[in-house]
Write a protein that binds this ligand. Structure first.
Ligand SMILES: C[S@@+](CC[C@H](N)C(=O)[O-])C[C@H]1O[C@@H](n2cnc3c(N)ncnc32)[C@H](O)[C@@H]1O
Ligand SMILES: [Zn+2]
Length: 269
């Protein structure tokens, strides 16, 4: 991990700034080492990824993370099953995220719960040689998912900063990102309001938060196909979590994407 990555982070225990510990200080990227806050809280770095998880995760979340760790290797393959079943091309649909990205200028983007980095691969496909203007970060609570994201992005030459952290206490500075992106986890989070509040906190003023997850459109849920989908996978019965939006969220917009099988909730700070 490099200095600009560090500057975007904060201590998840006390909120103070972080620096590399003396032994880890270097002009190069730090592969293994430690970072420390002004109050002396220390956090490990493994394989260039700082681990800033605090407080320890709840038993319910730990159960999900164990599942994600176990499925990390096969995750991309299993998600592909959605394509035929729902009549979509998920990777192509992810490229549509580009419409929320300013057409020029430096842009800070974080993918909260980055998984295997499919959204950044899609952005890379879309923006090709322009990726250099993006300062991109990915955070996840599953170290195996982060490992997959790292491998895929290095194969494609995508330069992103990866952080091990939880959506309930995101170890990033407030008011930092132009775009905060989250796809695919919120429906099963134990504290949806807490997660959305944290996503809005790290967005800059006028910044945008995009939250996408399984959930059929009102029209789709009344069709035969819709009923069949919900019967096969109850996650698709979910609705956009409007009741959990933070008070400060503005310009809230709900649309349905991927053949009306996923909701897309967008709001501003
Ligand atoms: C269904 S996957 C979606 C991955 C990716 N965003 C995508 O669209 O393919 C859900 C992700 O949420 C992550 N996750 C679950 N609980 C989390 C938490 N409390 N904080 C951060 N990430 C979490 C999982 O590790 C997993 O990578
Ligand atoms: Zn601290």
């Amino acid at each position: 991990m490099k200095e600009p990555h560090l500057a975007a982070l904060k201590c998840p225990q006390c909120g103070k700034k972080l620096q590399f510990s003396r032994e880890s200080a270097s002009n190069e990227s730090v592969e293994e080492g430690q970072i420390v806050c002004e109050k002396g809280h220390t956090w490990p770095i493994h394989g260039e990824i700082p681990s800033l998880v605090y407080p320890p995760i709840s038993a319910k979340d730990a159960k999900w993370i164990k599942k994600y760790d176990e499925m990390a290797e096969s995750y991309d393959e299993s998600v592909k099953q959605y394509d035929d079943w729902l009549g979509i091309n998920m990777m192509k649909e992810r490229e549509q995220l580009a419409m929320f990205v300013p057409i020029e200028g430096p842009t800070r983007i974080i993918d909260v719960s980055i998984g295997t980095a499919a959204n950044f691969v899609a952005l890379h496909n879309r923006f090709k040689g322009q990726m250099g203007r993006f300062n991109i970060h990915g955070m996840d609570l599953s170290t195996r998912m982060l490992g997959m994201a790292k491998r895929k992005m290095s194969e494609l030459g995508i330069d992103a900063s990866l952080t091990h952290g939880s959506v309930f206490n995101i170890p990033y500075q407030s008011n930092f990102f132009d775009i905060v992106l989250h796809t695919g986890g919120i429906n099963t989070f134990s504290d949806i309001h807490g997660a959305l509040k944290e996503m809005l906190r790290i967005a800059r003023s006028e910044g945008m938060v995009l939250v996408i997850d399984e959930g059929l459109s009102p029209r789709m849920r009344n069709t035969e196909k819709g009923k069949e989908i919900i019967k096969a996978n109850s996650l698709f019965a979910a609705r956009p979590p409007l009741e959990f939006l933070p008070e400060k969220a503005s310009n809230v917009e709900i649309t349905y994407i991927m053949n009306e099988t996923f909701y897309q909730m967008v709001f501003k700070k």
